[in-house]
Write a protein that binds this ligand. Sequence first.
Ligand SMILES: Cc1ncc(COP(=O)(O)O)c(C=O)c1O
Length: 365
Amino acid sequence: MNRVYNFSPGPAMLPTEVLQQIQEELLDYQNTGMSIMEMSHRGGTFEKLHNDSMTLLRKVANIPDRFDILYMTGGASTQFALVPLNLTGNRFNQKTGKAGYINTGTWSTKAIEEAKKQNVDYVIVASSEDKNFSYIPKHYTIPEGLSYLHITSNNTIFGTQYFEFPKPKDTKLIIDMSSDFISRPIDWTHIGLVYAGLQKNAGPSGMTVVIIDKEYYQREYEHLPTMFRYSTFAKNNSLYNTPPTFQIYVFYLVLQWLEKKGGVETIDQINREKAKYIYDAIDQSGGFYIGHSVKEDRSLMNVTFRLKDPSLEDEFVNQAKKLKLYNLKGHRSVGGMRASIYNAMPVEGCKLLAEFMLDFCKKYS
Ligand SMILES: Cc1ncc(COP(=O)(O)O)c(C=O)c1O
C-alpha cells in the first residue's frame, strides 16, 4: 500500500479504517449479496442505515431537538442560493427583514453574490476584505430585524476560523460549516441553520448536510420548486427523491469512526495538537515562513503560509512530495502554501510536515 499524507483542501483524506471497511463491504453489504450502491433507497436495509446515520450525527454533534437534519445534493454552492430563497419570506409570501452577511473570504463572497442574484435585500455587516481576508472581524454592530446573519465558520482558502460565533439578539446565524463540520464542539444557542458538504471532514463529495431549525419552513416563498424547498426534505426524511446513497453510507462510517475516536471533543484536541506543530514551525522560522492569518484567528483546518523567498516554493513542494507530503500548494488568491489538516489527517502527517519545514528552512535561509 502506498498511501501519502494528502493535504488537499477537498475532497480530502478519509480515515484508512473507513476506506478498508468500504473495500470489505463493497461486493456484499451485510449478507445482502449486493453493494450498498446497488440497493433501493426504499428498502429496509438502506433505510435503516439512513436513519441510523442521522441519529448518530445528532448524538456526535450534540444537535438539539429543535433542528431537523436534511441530506441534500448540489454542494454548499447550492445552499448559497437556497438560504436566501427559503429564509427571507414569510407565510404570506412577503419579504421579511434584510439578510445579513459577514464577508470573510471567497466563499462568503459567493454566498453574498447568490443573495444578490435572488433580488434579496441584504446588508454586509462586516468584512475583512481590507486585509485580504487575513482576520475575522470582531467589532461591528449587528443591525436589528435581520432575517438571518450568514457567516463562514472556517475560511478554507485564507486559513482563518471563528473561535467564537457572533451572538445576534433578534435573529439567528446561518453557518457555512463546509470546512470545519464535525471537527469541534458547537454551541447551538444562536444557530438557525448549518450547512456543509461532506468532502472535507465527513466523506466523499456529492452530499450536503443541512441542519435546520424546524421553525424555518414557514419562511419559504410559494413559487419555489419542490426540490428547492427545505420543507420537502424535512417532510420526506430526505427521501423525496433518490438520495446519494453511497455518500450517506460513507458518512455513517466516518461518524462511527469519529465516535470511536472519542467524538468531537477528542478530535478537537487532536486537531489543535496537529495545527500547533505546523504553526510552531512557521513561528520558529525567523520569518522564513510567513503565515497569512493573524495569530488569534488561525484555522485549525487549513494552515496558510508563504515563503519569504517565493522562488523557493516549487522546490519546497517537490522536496515535500519525496516525503509523501502531497498537495501543499496554496490557492492562487493567497499564494504560497496551504496544509489542509481535517479530521482524518493523522498527527504523524503534521509532525512530519513541521519537521520538514524546519529542515528546509535551515537548509535555505
Ligand atoms: C467554506 C466553503 N464553502 C463552500 C464551498 C463550496 O462547496 P461545494 O464545492 O461543495 O459547493 C467550499 C469548498 O471548498 C468551502 O470550503
